[in-house]
Design a protein around this ligand. Structure first.
Ligand code: UFG
Length: 334
């Protein structure tokens, strides 16, 4: 029997490649569609790579015709919040126009099921934590706005054209493949855990703590770090739900547990056994003091449970990958 194919846009990226590994282990053939602007060919190991841009509608249709996927998983996007403030046009083009191009290609080729990577950034500065999905969406930067617009597009396509979707709102994706086959390699890196691990490795001199006067137990921002493998399993469950004829859904994905910047730094010191010099820096504009997910809906609707929730495990898995990647970068790493 041939394996069902899943088209994975952004399949060469951090989360997309982990999901490809999970899909392959579950008996699917993941076909990565990626322009390699932020992803890496070495991360595509569990199925073919179709090199292409989201905004190339004809190219997408050709790929859909050749591979006949049962569903699409859509990770490809620009993700850096600061860059979205400096250059919003690129974000609207890649994220919004790119997603429209994908939806149109799917509609033309009769592919109806889509899993979409959304973000906690759609909530902006939420009035309550833990954050439930029913809170109003009030993004405070262009990145979050683009993801909110795409969520609306999915709802409208569902009502008008019969699209079925699973929208997954990630909190802070972190960790790494426990076998260290693949992992986070953003360029430039802006996320806390990989930056802290670079300091532990000695390739950065120190970590800047963006503010310590927040209304949190130790004054630094609290975030909900979720292991990429737990994210990947949630994608598989959401996919199976759609393929089994279940209804569309929108769920938060986090640990449901918050950790402060100082806790992350302490954990990195403990896990790596290396010093991690830190210095206080001004707060970053637009950082909510606390962002923690209520994941009850994902648990109830997907039967999802975190398996690698402890911050020590998240940091240890990211550390294993970081050491391996820094020691011998994959051939096409820039
Ligand atoms: N931080 C530092 N120093 C650094 C980097 C980060 O103190 O050098 C702090 C940030 O201020 C924040 C926490 O560490 O409090 C985590 O920062 P990240 O940049 O790793 O992650 P964010 O919480 O800012 O961003 C994440 C996702 C975004 C998403 C956002 C939603 O990476 O894609 O959550 O709010 F938009």
């Amino acid at each position: 029997m041939t394996k069902p194919t899943i088209l994975v846009t952004g399949g060469a990226g951090f989360i997309g490649s982990q999901v490809c590994k999970t899909l392959a282990a579950a008996g699917f053939l993941p076909v990565a569609y990626d322009n390699l602007s932020n992803g890496y060919a070495w991360a595509v190991r569990w199925g073919p790579l179709e090199r292409g841009d989201l905004r190339d509608g004809a190219g997408l249709r050709d790929v859909l015709r050749r591979h006949r996927p049962a569903a699409v998983m859509h990770f490809a996007a620009l993700i850096e919040v600061g860059e979205s403030v400096r250059d919003p046009a690129r974000f609207y083009d890649t994220n919004v126009a790119g997603s429209l191009s994908l939806l149109e290609a799917m509609r033309a080729e009769g592919v109806d099921d889509l899993i979409f990577s959304s973000t906690a950034a759609v909530y902006g500065m939420p009035a309550h934590t833990p954050v439930v999905e029913t809170l109003p969406l009030r993004p405070i930067n262009p990145y979050g706005v683009t993801k909110m617009v795409i969520e609306s597009m999915l709802a409208d396509y569902a009502a008008a054209y019969g699209l079925r979707f699973g929208t997954l709102r990630y909190f802070n994706a972190a960790g790494g493949d426990p076998e260290a086959d693949i992992g986070e390699a953003h360029d430039p890196e802006s996320h806390l855990i990989p930056l802290v691990l670079d300091v532990a490795l000695g390739v950065r001199p120190e970590i800047a703590i963006f503010g310590d006067d927040y209304p949190t137990p130790d004054g630094t921002c609290v975030r909900d770090y979720i292991h990429v493998c737990d994210l990947a399993r949630a994608h598989l469950l959401a996919l199976r739900r759609l393929l089994d004829g279940g209804e569309s859904l929108t769920v938060n994905l986090g640990n449901g547990a918050g950790h402060s910047v100082r806790e992350v730094i302490e954990t990195a010191r403990r896990v790596t056994g290396h010093p991690v010099p830190a210095r206080l820096a001004p707060p970053r504009p637009g950082d909510p003091p606390v962002l923690v997910a209520d994941c009850a809906r994902a648990v109830a609707d997907l039967g999802w449970r975190q398996e690698r929730a402890a911050l020590d495990v998240i940091v240890a898995d990211a550390w294993r990958w970081r050491q391996r990647w820094r020691a011998s970068p994959p051939v096409d790493a820039r």
